[in-house]
Design a binder for this molecule. Structure first.
Ligand SMILES: Cc1ncc(C[n+]2csc(CCOP(=O)(O)OP(=O)(O)O)c2C)c(N)n1
Length: 274
């Protein structure tokens, strides 16, 4: 069996390590999968731009040695849209927290999906606002405890996959940090896909979500991802439809990509045609 070369040191800013995440946080595993995906695709780091908002997940943009913009909470996709339109040849990657993507950033998220702009959004779903101390997010779900819901939440949660599909994303996938090999594969396919790609990766926050909801530490939370998720269409769903499905839900190359469509408008305008 040939060994894969997973030396990713060329893609990171070693001076910023060790990283700042809490012990047991899943976000480092997502960073690992992302770097390995980029390595396997053999991408030139000068051709990648990573844009992020604010949050524990968004800190990824500081650790990678790509072009990077660490911007405003919830606005990463708006910045990424501007960058991508100004230089469509760049590979645009946006790591996002669930709050960043779907609370304050929810509007940017649905419109980036609707436009089908060629950006890969990696939604690191820990079901809580990690960085600011454990407030509940639109992905926490009902009956969960958070610093802002000491008697438990009453809000229903979004399903990232369903929302992304409905909003028009043309590549939509889900994995967990218990499945890094699968995550690498999905991130690779998302980056290669020309259009708006969403990869949701369930990532544990033992410090806030785990502690408040008494679901144990990182090991128990990883165990949950192992026990409670299945590949799309698994037979196990017949017995237990509440299991969370992993894999690729949409992979559609038929929809025009936004920068390509915009180029056609520029061409028309240059010829003076309406
Ligand atoms: C405009 C604005 N509103 C609120 C904040 C405070 N804030 C920073 S990060 C964050 C939430 C982080 O949660 P999430 O996006 O889910 O990422 P995580 O830290 O869990 O990875 C909030 C509310 C901010 N920095 N800017």
């Amino acid at each position: 069996m040939s060994k894969k070369n997973y030396d990713v040191t060329g893609y990171i800013r070693q001076r910023f390590f060790p990283q700042m995440w809490c012990p047991g946080c899943g976000h480092g595993t997502v960073l690992g999968s992302l770097l390995r995906a980029v390595k396997e695709l053999d991408l030139d780091k000068n051709e990648i731009v990573m844009t992020s908002g604010i949050g524990c997940s968004s800190r990824i943009s500081g650790y990678v040695d790509f072009h990077s913009l660490h911007t405003i909470h919830g606005r990463a996709l708006a910045f990424a849209t501007g960058v991508k339109l100004s230089k469509p040849s760049l590979t645009a990657i946006v790591p996002m927290g669930d709050g960043d993507a779907l609370a304050i950033g929810g509007n940017h998220f649905i419109h980036a999906a609707r436009r089908n702009i060629d950006i890969t959004a990696i939604v690191m779903n820990n079901r809580i606002y990690g960085m600011t101390g454990g407030q509940f997010s639109p992905l926490s779900g009902p009956g969960k405890r958070a610093t802002t819901a000491p008697y438990s939440t009453i809000d229903r949660n979004f399903d990232v996959v369903d929302l992304s599909v409905s909003a028009g994303a043309t590549f939509v996938a889900r994995s967990t940090v218990y499945h890094p090999q699968e995550s690498i594969d999905l991130i690779k396919r998302a980056i290669r896909h020309k259009g708006f790609s969403v990869v949701e990766i369930l990532s544990q926050c033992p410090t806030h979500f785990g502690r408040k909801n008494k679901v144990g530490g990182a090991v128990e939370m990883l165990e949950y991802y192992k026990q409670r998720t299945v590949k799309i269409g698994s037979k196990k769903l017949e017995k237990d439809p509440t299991l969370i499905q992993r894999g690729i839900f949409v992979d559609n190359s038929e929809v025009p990509e936004y920068c390509d469509a915009y180029d056609l408008v520029i061409e028309k305008a240059m010829k003076g045609k309406r």
